[in-house]
Unconditional design. Structure first.
Length: 224
């Protein structure tokens, strides 16, 4: 009890507490456990290396995480991030990897990982409402970022693949409109008309189609 009271008097007094912290700072710095260094010290343990990838991503060390991820993927045939982390941590980790790749401009790789997450979510929900964020990122990458750097037909192929995921009628309508815009830019009016018509069937209030209709000569077919 005397020791507890002495400790309380020291720690409750700002001056004594400060002196105590300074006196024992060196000791604490020597004994503090460094989780990253521990994981780095186990290069042959795939579970530790997988946790290191995840840890680095969570602590704003994306470059190191991607380098390690790529190195293990290329050099170790027995490397499986999912097996090492478990399903939920794996999905979180893959999202962070995809996010880092997207920031680096590696859009195709990021897109493939986001699509992989969508398939996992469809099999067994985990992200739930956060899936909308992934779909939005896929939309942004395929319909806006990739179209500026990839050949038009390649971009169309990526967008068509998203249609097959059948996220929602509105999503598919938007993808159809984007394909119509690309075909329009290529001068392929018939294909542009076909995809725009499909998009409007899915969503009669599809936004941003007025100028596209004018460019390709789309006319509404009267009902009745």
């Amino acid at each position: 009890m005397r020791n507890l009271l002495a400790a309380y008097k020291t720690l409750s007094n700002p001056q004594k507490r400060s002196a105590y912290d300074r006196a024992f700072a060196i000791h604490f710095s020597k004994t503090k456990f460094n989780y990253r260094e521990y994981l780095q010290s186990r290069p042959n343990d795939l579970i530790s290396q997988s946790k290191l990838i995840f840890y680095n991503l969570l602590n704003s060390e994306a470059t190191e995480a991607l380098q390690l991820y790529d190195s293990l993927s290329q050099s170790r045939s027995d490397f499986s991030l999912e097996r090492c982390l478990g399903r939920e941590d794996y999905m979180d980790c893959v999202f962070l990897i995809a996010e880092a790749l997207e920031k680096n401009g590696e859009f195709i790789r990021a897109c493939e990982l986001y699509k992989h997450l969508c398939l996992l979510e469809m099999e067994q929900p985990y992200f739930h409402h956060f899936l909308d964020e992934i779909i939005e990122r896929l939309r942004s990458i395929t319909c806006f970022k990739m179209v500026t750097i990839l050949p038009p037909q390649t971009s169309i192929g990526f967008i068509k693949e998203l249609i097959r995921y059948n996220f929602s009628r509105k999503d598919n309508a938007f993808f159809c409109k984007k394909i119509a815009e690309i075909y329009c830019s290529l001068g392929q009016r018939d294909l542009a008309l076909s995809y725009l018509d499909e998009g409007l069937k899915l969503d009669q209030k599809l936004p941003g189609v007025k100028k596209l209709k004018e460019k390709i000569g789309y006319t509404e077919i009267p009902v009745g």
